[in-house]
Design a protein. Structure first.
Length: 350
């Protein structure tokens, strides 16, 4: 049975991972405070919290909001059902200051919420504070908990739920931050005198989008065409290491130290890349690879690859030439292994 936990503006599945959200000390059990740094400007984080489009982009399946004192914020986590039904969460806006603070009270919890009475005494304040040009501290303070058993149980639910909410918000902006970083690195690779070279390749693979995505993002899939062993942590900052020589000493096995910059499931994957051990002087410098996936229905999946960020000099020219030949071979193996599964022989790239 799946455990369910209340978040600041709704019901949410309890996070099973270790949260990066800080729980700040408070004077008594009547208050809960959680805080997190989000990699986004205040205006964007505010929009994510206070608009229909923003809420539906990271937190809930359905939402609407009337941003005024006394206005309603309605959310529904499940895609099924209708906004306004018995499982809709309705919060009333108590006060707000655009870009700085919003205070809400849950005036109509969903029918299945177990603490229907004690929640009436509770309210929540969310504060937004700029800590750098593109970083925002978000602090969620929930207040009004009593000392009776039911209130203490509800407090435990909100302790987990508010941390989950901030984790989800951080994850949304971490993805956006990673995509910006990938775009900036790719742009720098295009514009810089030292990084004018880039590699582009494209194929169409006759299989499903899910199969192609898993081929690039799971060790089992990678082993079918790319590297015999790998480590993939599918999140911005996570490892993307291919071990072409897993029996070699650490540092000479493959793409050790390379990381994922950004990913949009089934759409885009961007990661850092390094030169093979043959070029030790530049091996610790990173280039950028961006993969784009497009579902073509019965025709298959278009996979586009761009590799940029190469420097100048003899070794960089050799590395560029190496990958200019290597990436088409990698994509060709990807195409061939799916063709072999279907029994179709393909003789030319599309």
């Amino acid at each position: 049975m799946r455990r369910m936990t209340w978040a600041v503006i709704g019901v949410a599945a309890a996070a099973s991972w270790k949260s990066a959200v800080a729980q700040e000390g408070v004077g008594d059990k009547s208050t809960l405070r959680h805080s997190a740094i989000v990699d986004g400007p205040v205006a964007d984080v505010w929009t994510a919290f206070t608009t229909k489009e923003g809420l539906e982009s990271w937190m809930v399946a359905q939402a609407d909001i009337d941003l005024r004192v006394g206005g309603k914020m309605r959310t529904r986590y499940a895609a099924g059902g209708t906004l306004g039904d018995a499982e809709t969460i309705e919060n009333t806006i108590l006060s707000f200051e655009p870009g700085k603070m919003i205070s809400i009270r849950a005036t109509k919890p969903p029918h299945s919420f177990p603490y229907q009475t004690v929640i009436q005494a509770m309210w929540t304040v969310v504060d937004f504070e700029e800590v750098a040009a593109h970083r925002t501290r978000v602090t969620v303070t929930s207040m009004g908990f009593g000392n009776d058993e039911e209130s203490l149980k509800m407090r435990e639910h909100f302790d987990k739920g508010n941390a989950w909410t901030l984790d989800k918000l951080r994850a949304k902006f971490a993805r956006a931050h990673g995509e910006r970083e990938a775009e900036e690195l790719a742009a720098a690779a295009t514009d810089s005198v030292q990084s004018v070279k880039r590699i582009g390749a494209e194929i169409v693979v006759r299989t499903s989008l899910k199969s192609v995505w898993e081929a690039w993002t799971t060790p089992a899939g990678i082993a079918t065409f790319f590297a015999p062993a790998s480590k993939v942590e599918l999140r911005p900052g996570g490892a993307y290491e291919m071990y072409f020589g897993p029996d070699q000493p650490r540092g000479s096995q493959g793409s050790e130290g390379c990381t994922i910059l950004a990913c949009r499931p089934m759409e885009m994957l961007s990661f850092t890349w390094n030169a093979p051990p043959k070029w030790p002087a530049i091996r610790n410098q990173r280039t950028v690879v961006v993969l784009q996936f497009e579902d073509l229905d019965e025709r298959g999946v278009r996979v586009g690859l761009t590799h940029a960020g190469f420097g100048q000099g003899k070794e960089w020219s050799e590395v560029h030439e190496y990958f200019s030949q290597a990436w088409p071979r990698v994509l060709g193996r990807l195409k061939d292994q799916f063709a072999a599964r279907s029994g179709v022989r393909e003789v030319a790239s599309e």
